[in-house]
Design a protein around this ligand. Structure first.
Ligand code: KIV
Length: 275
């Protein structure tokens, strides 16, 4: 069944958990979709795991559109949420609406995600008014990495915790249909989840959130540059891939691949006539 923003709303009402996973290409989107994941996030984490950047700041609108459209061709039932990259919405309300529109029209996104709290509420309101659903993202927001001075758990002290709760309320009030909370202590994420009427999607925010999101390459152990505490490896696909590549290399060297069954035939007499 097709997942929409209504599915998210209903899930919160019924107390049903939501699954979200990042994805950046057609073939993987098909697999994720067929596995029944509720939502695919075309995250700007593609800067790290697909493009090899050290952070998400260099990701462009063109990158996001390119990968989002590929995912949309592969996913039939998952709700496709696409990240607004750094500087595509911070600059003005006008830029935010225009770029959210491009992600829908050219990237076939069904919703967009942007990072921040009070400072982005005017943008969330305007995008929602243009009939584009918005997922908010609070807590550790990687596009602010230089301002944070590193990847750190957010909302730990009393003032910081209150600020995060206020931001969660504000993005809900601005019209967000869901909010991602990244690197937030579990008890604070629980309080925010109980306070909001929109679903909370946690990543490093404990089990009390309404849903969870992970980066695909992290949960499959394909990305090994660093492993945050909140990542669980569901399979060691990275090792399986390396083993397959090693065997391929070995069989080419040994003349084992390609074998008879991978080979096209021609009548030998034709070859003999060639000069
Ligand atoms: O870009 C991304 O993958 C994200 C998740 C970490 C939530 O924003």
């Amino acid at each position: 069944m097709k997942n929409t923003v209504v599915t998210f709303k209903e899930a919160k009402k019924k107390g049903e958990k939501l699954s979200m996973l990042t994805c950046y290409d057609y073939s993987t989107a098909k697999l994720v979709d067929e596995a029944g994941i509720n939502s695919i996030l075309v995250g700007d984490s593609l800067g790290n795991v697909m493009l090899g950047y050290e952070n998400t700041l260099y990701v462009t609108m063109e990158d996001m559109i390119h990968h989002s459209a590929a995912v949309a061709r592969g996913a039939k039932n998952a709700l496709i949420v696409t990240d607004m990259p750094f500087m595509s919405y911070q600059t003005s309300v006008y830029d935010a609406v225009v770029n959210a529109g491009r992600l829908v029209k050219e990237g076939h996104a069904e919703a967009v995600k942007l990072e921040g709290g009070l400072e982005v509420c005017d943008k969330i309101k305007a995008i929602v008014q243009a009939s584009i659903p918005v997922c908010a993202h609070i807590g550790l927001t990687p596009q602010s990495i230089n301002a944070f001075g590193g990847f750190k758990v957010q909302g730990k002290g009393e003032a910081a915790a209150q600020k995060l709760l206020d931001e969660a309320r504000a993005v809900e009030e601005a019209g967000a249909f869901a909010v991602v909370m990244e690197c937030v202590p579990a008890a604070l994420a629980k309080k925010i989840t109980q306070t909001l009427s929109i679903p909370t999607i946690g990543i490093g925010a404990g089990k009390y959130c309404d849903g969870q999101v992970l980066v695909n390459q992290d949960m499959l152990a394909m990305f090994t540059d660093f492993k945050p505490k909140f990542v669980k490896h569901y399979a060691n696909i990275g090792e399986i891939m390396k083993e397959a590549y090693r065997n391929y290399h070995k069989e080419i060297n040994e003349g084992v691949f390609p074998a008879e069954e991978h080979t096209y035939k021609i009548d030998e007499s034709i070859i003999e006539k060639l000069y």
